[in-house]
Write a protein that binds this ligand. Structure first.
Ligand code: SF4
Length: 406
């Protein structure tokens, strides 16, 4: 049962307070002398910006998307409490695949969110001005018995929805509802053949997943459908074939990344072979199909745990909320299932109360101090927290030389 907060507690100030000297410099605009002002033309001021550009320039993949939320970044940097822009929700910790390298394997502990709990969460997120949710795992979202109703609940709360799935979609009506309710869906396929898929995912449902992908791409009106591939020693040779398969199925894009284990770095031969395959996959790109290569550079492939992290504090979790299938709100997706990094449980308190709580501040202070042990291999992988961390750490810096320049 959800408990609503009647009073709004005093906001927690984030990040840790800066000194007065550290306040952002306010830039005074020069005042024109009267004589100079007199010669300026009189009339309508110039229109700025000069009208909207075609939608073709609004790339949904740009990392600059975060700038659409600059109001929230500014509030955060000014020390105000901000709610997340996106909340990632695991409907369940149950998964029907057995991927050997799955980052969520530790959280496959069998819990699921109840439908009433999920519906209540959606309403709370809306109240907290969260703008979007991503259904992911944890477990496999589409195995939840109320997956279809969950999509309706998110829609009713006017939240934009993305879905990350293994594509199995075992519940009746899942494909149709996904196309009605989701802005985008990304299917983790990781193979171009049933044999390799079985090796990686431990299941025999490759053909069924391809049928689901074809249904989604063939009937999508606004939902962008993409496929994901995590390359490792057993499947990397199928990268180019995978890109071809995705294009032939009508997918809009593929993302191809390399599995990352800093403790067991790949041999240089394997790295070279992977890079060649990645280049071949990139050739499949055309005007309507894109191939994104995540981390096929030396910075990532040859990284070591002793490499310095390129930012002082992990601030990104302030912009992304994580709700696990066990109903706990976690600091980041890599810390799911770790009670030391849980802010609280939505079966006991509302999401808003949890986000405003002293417990969240306490956990985030531990994160800022690096006590999460950076299990994401922060700075060495291409996870999105890195991008947000670079922006937020810069904006939060006390003294920014040349900040007055554009
Ligand atoms: S450093 Fe990595 S593991 Fe730690 S909170 Fe940030 S994203 Fe999560």
């Amino acid at each position: 049962m959800m408990i609503s907060s009647a009073r709004r507690p005093k906001p927690v100030r984030l990040p840790p307070p800066r000194s007065a000297a550290a306040e952002f410099r306010r830039i005074a605009l020069p005042v024109l002398p009267e004589a100079a002002a007199a010669v300026l033309p009189v009339g309508d001021p110039p229109v700025c910006p000069p009208g909207p550009l075609s939608a073709a320039f609004a790339d949904p993949f740009t990392p600059h998307k975060i700038l659409n939320h600059f109001d929230r970044l500014r509030q955060f940097v000014d020390g105000q409490l901000v709610f997340p822009i996106t909340v990632e929700v695991d409907p369940t910790n149950v998964c029907n695949h057995r991927c050997t390298w799955c980052v969520s394997e530790q959280s496959h502990t069998g819990e699921s969110l109840g439908l009433a709990c999920f519906q209540s969460l959606m309403r709370e997120l809306r109240q907290c001005e969260v703008r979007s949710i991503v259904l992911k795992g944890g477990g496999e979202p589409t195995v939840h018995p109320h997956f279809v109703q969950m999509l309706d609940a998110a829609h009713d709360a006017q939240l934009s929805v993305g879905l990350i799935t293994n594509g199995s979609m075992p519940r009746a009506g899942s494909r149709e509802k996904t196309l009605q309710r989701c802005e985008w869906v990304r299917i983790s396929l990781d193979a171009a053949t049933p044999q390799t898929h079985r090796q990686i995912h431990g299941t025999g449902d490759f053909a069924r997943i391809l049928q689901n992908v074809a249904y989604l791409t063939g009937n999508a009106r606004r939902t962008m459908v993409g496929l994901n591939f995590v390359a490792e020693a057993r499947n990397f040779h199928e990268m180019a074939r995978f890109a071809q398969l995705a294009r032939s199925l009508g997918a809009a894009y593929v993302t191809i990344r390399c599995v990352f284990d800093a403790a067991r770095p790949l041999s240089s031969d394997l790295r070279d072979a992977m890079r060649q395959e990645a280049v071949a996959a990139k050739q499949i790109e055309d005007g309507r199909f894109r191939v994104f290569l995540g981390n096929f550079t030396d910075r990532y492939l040859a990284a070591s745990p002793s490499d310095a992290v390129p930012y002082p504090r992990c601030l990104g979790p302030n912009l992304i909320g994580i709700v696990g299938g066990d109903a706990n709100v976690y600091a980041c997706c890599f810390l799911r299932g770790n009670p030391a990094f849980s802010f609280g449980n939505i079966n006991q308190r509302s999401f808003g109360e949890i986000w405003r709580s002293g417990r969240r501040q306490e956990v985030m202070n531990a994160v800022y101090a690096g006590k999460c042990n950076r299990v994401c291999a922060g700075g060495l992988t291409t996870n999105r927290y890195n991008h947000y961390n670079e922006i937020l750490n810069y904006l939060c810096a006390e003294d920014k030389p040349h900040a007055e320049f554009a």
